[in-house]
Ligand binder design. Sequence first.
Ligand code: KG4
Ligand code: ZN
Length: 325
Amino acid sequence: MILSIESSCDDSSIAITEIATKKLIYHKKISQELEHSRYGGVVPELASRLHAEALPAILAECEPWFGSLKAVAVTNEPGLGVTLIEGVIMAKALSLSLSIPIIPVNHLKGHIYSLFIEKEAILPVTVLLVSGGHTQLIEVESFESMRTVATTMDDSYGESFDKVAKMMALGYPGGPLIEQLALRGDPNAFAFTVPLWQSPKIAFSYSGLKNQVRLAVEASDPSAYPDIAAAFQKTATEHLIQKLKRYFKTNPPERFAVVGGASANRYLRAELEKILAPHKAALLLAELKYCSDNAAMIGRVAIEHFLRGEVRSCRDIPVNPRCKL
Ligand code: KG4
Ligand code: ZN
């Protein structure tokens, strides 16, 4: 079995996965959403302190399996430096005390493999990763070969929901709050410009839309917030859809997946299904509980590394806050 740890942002999570069967034996996650909610976003130092409390509490429940562990896996990139270090320190301590190697795991690979928890991977697949930290279009050929073909020039899709929710003082995380509020609004009540709509470039940008929304919020009273939320969600999603349509013209998808915390958004899922229909490609999704950050997806990636002999000693685990795929 492999014990995996995730602490790259505001979720403390540990999983235990059986290597041969990929079966999830144990999985627990303690989210810090409530603690960060009043600040309208994640406060890194607070997150770090909360991981220092939550991770040992979860680990205590895993003791019965310590004797069966072949390796300990941990997210070491990308993420918040002060929170990644909490998981990495715990992994090093376990590696030393149980005399087992460490498997460092890239968080973005984790989101991609959230599609294959307790399953065999089906590749190749084109993946849209939409989370709080990332908005990326990735061609996944194999475990070894993943190519980012488009990324955001500034904010991410999920982050823009968080920032709009903050403008309306709704709390954190903004994604589910805005999605809920939008259900009561008219998406056509405000006409926001779709980012980069005239640009042939396959890239994403959310800072301009965020400013358009800020001006609308400042000029309106709270009774207009459902309309603003609905128009924002429509425009933010339309941006992804326009760029994907353009990309599909030269790269028609055989298999397409959306992963990451914001892949839970129902409006986005429905719009993606519409553009995939002409290509006869199904929309692959992770189970809802594995869309946001979790250690089960880190354990799933760790199995692939373990089977390829990609393990390290505990002195050899750097923390890379800004690393890509
Ligand atoms: O993957 P994740 O848990 O953490 C990162 O790796 O960033 O994603 C969290 C992000 C937050 O920005 C949150 O607002 C967004 O995912 N999110 C959503 C929804 N649920 C979560 N965004 C839009 N609609 C949602 N329903
Ligand atoms: Zn994530």
